[in-house]
Design a protein. Sequence first.
Length: 66
Amino acid sequence: MRTPLDADVRGGAVPLFLGDETEQTSRRLIAAGIVVDFRPGAGIRIGAHFFNTLEECELLLTRLRP
């Protein structure tokens, strides 16, 4: 996970960097209907919100596994 240490410059998205698998994982998540934002060099940005269900969060975690 990549994020600034300073709380004043952090946002609500969770950035994940998975090395060489980052872009492919992003494509796999999007193909499964999970909306994420991929940014080259920055990784996958995941933004869970209060309206996401527990099932949606569990699906994301399941799909993150290779």
